[in-house]
Design a protein around this ligand. Structure first.
Ligand code: HGY
Ligand code: MN
Ligand code: MN
Length: 420
């Protein structure tokens, strides 16, 4: 189903939710939603997003890094551009609304403007970023960093688990990597980046509010930790003579958990672990596991990383294990722009809702755009605060409130009122 441009969008939240639900069918598996960067399902979803953008009166294209870029021109040529959007790649066995709602909802708002023949004093770009989750390649935010002009060309050589490089995947997707640098926006042309995203936490639901205004986004670092021990016979090697890489990893994982539990605001997660050779009767000789660590303040996160590296080194030495830590990604905490937050407060108040301010524990493409322009985020309530889980849910009613707030924000925004 695409948004019907001939039937002006009534800002139906149910239509927005239904659009996201149709995109959820583009998955690598029929029984769960998994859509990784530059996959066939990413391409299929990108095509459906283009259809929705064009039905809403926008021009749309796939850029050199695989983002979908929809554009709704301003009333006057030469005006600045406000960028919005979010990501359409997902984690494994994902919920449907993480990222994707932040693409469908602005498209619905543009469709409403288009149906009324209304143009704004600025252009609007809705971008469906292709790589926010960083599931396929050991990097992330490559789409938003490309737009911000901060992407590292070295990522082209990164390989996925099949050995395909990001460059090969881009070419297969129909992109020309040599054109990535030219996708960087000129800061003087950009007004702001405003992202709508589900909260992925329980605060709005506990406050009985459909939307909220984000104050800041926690910084995050991701690591791959590799342990080398000695594979051996499970029946013959005495416990005291083992160099068991998996038991060593277990000790480290408990130390990671204890550090996160011991500090307010700090969160630390081991999301993936692989042990080799992986036979029931063989002492694991090699283990790789991931660490995702976040905090509101960068110095708190850096202190925790340094302390954990020291603890894991001690554990490795005590157990006779080789130990290596590779940083895959790090992104500083970013603050949202006060002038934009105030505008969003007003838009929410005009809908008769009290504007709650809240931080984001989750990372977002907005972190990467913060180096280009002022950023802000609107959070939408999600059921039980559940996310990164197929039980993730929203209501059509809340989607409609989100669309009314975002459209109101767009129609009241005076480009001259924004600093920077
Ligand atoms: O990990 C995150 O916070 C985001 O979902 N990529
Ligand atoms: Mn996510
Ligand atoms: Mn997300």
């Amino acid at each position: 189903m695409t948004l019907a441009a001939e039937k002006p969008l009534t800002l139906s939240g149910h239509e927005i939710k239904a659009l996201v639900d149709t995109w959820a069918r583009f998955s690598e598996a029929p029984d769960k939603l998994t859509r990784v960067f530059l996959s066939p399902e990413h391409k299929a979803c990108a095509t459906a997003v283009i259809d929705a953008m064009e039905a809403a009166g926008m021009t749309a294209r796939i850029d050199a890094i695989g983002n979908v870029v929809g554009r709704y021109e301003a009333a006057q040529p030469g005006a600045k551009t406000l960028i919005t959007g979010s990501h359409i790649d997902t984690v494994r066995d994902a919920g449907a609304y993480d990222g994707n709602l932040g693409v469908a909802l602005p498209i619905a708002c543009i469709a409403d403007l288009h149906a009324r023949g209304k143009r704004l004093p600025f252009a609007v770009e809705v971008i469906a970023f292709g790589d926010e989750e960083g599931v396929r390649f050991p990097t992330t935010l490559s789409g938003s960093r490309t737009v911000a002009g901060s992407v590292d060309p070295a990522i082209l050589a990164l390989q996925d688990s099949e050995g395909t490089t990001l460059e090969e995947a881009l070419r297969h997707f129909g992109c020309e990597p040599a054109e990535i640098a030219a996708e960087a926006r000129d800061p003087k042309d950009i007004l702001a980046f405003v992202e709508l995203h589900i909260e992925q936490g329980p605060v709005l639901e506990s406050e009985g509010l459909p939307v909220g205004v984000v104050t800041a986004i926690n910084g995050a670092s991701r690591f791959a930790i590799t342990l080398g021990g000695m594979a051996g016979h499970a029946g013959t090697v005495p416990m005291g003579l083992r160099q068991d890489a998996l038991a060593g990893a277990a000790a480290m994982i408990l130390a990671i958990e204890a550090r996160g539990q011991g500090e307010d605001g700090l969160v630390a997660t081991v999301g993936r672990i692989e042990a080799a050779p992986g036979a029931i009767n063989v002492i694991p000789g090699a283990v790789t596991f991931t660490l995702d660590i976040r905090a509101p303040a960068d110095e708190q996160r850096d202190r925790a990383v340094a302390a954990l590296k020291a603890e894991m080194t001690t554990i490795a030495e005590r157990r006779g294990l080789d130990f290596a830590v590779e940083c895959l990604y790090t992104e500083a905490a970013v603050a949202c722009d006060p002038a934009l937050m105030a505008e969003l407060d007003q838009a929410i108040l005009r809908q008769g809702i009290s504007p709650l301010r809240l931080p984001s524990g989750a990372g977002h493409d907005a972190m990467a755009l913060a180096s280009l322009c002022p950023i802000a985020m609107i959070f939408l309530r999600c059921g039980g605060g559940i996310s990164h889980n197929p039980l993730e849910s929203i209501t059509g009613e809340d989607a409609e409130v989100g669309a009314r707030v975002f459209l109101d924000f767009l129609e009241h925004l005076d480009p001259g009122s924004l600093t920077r």
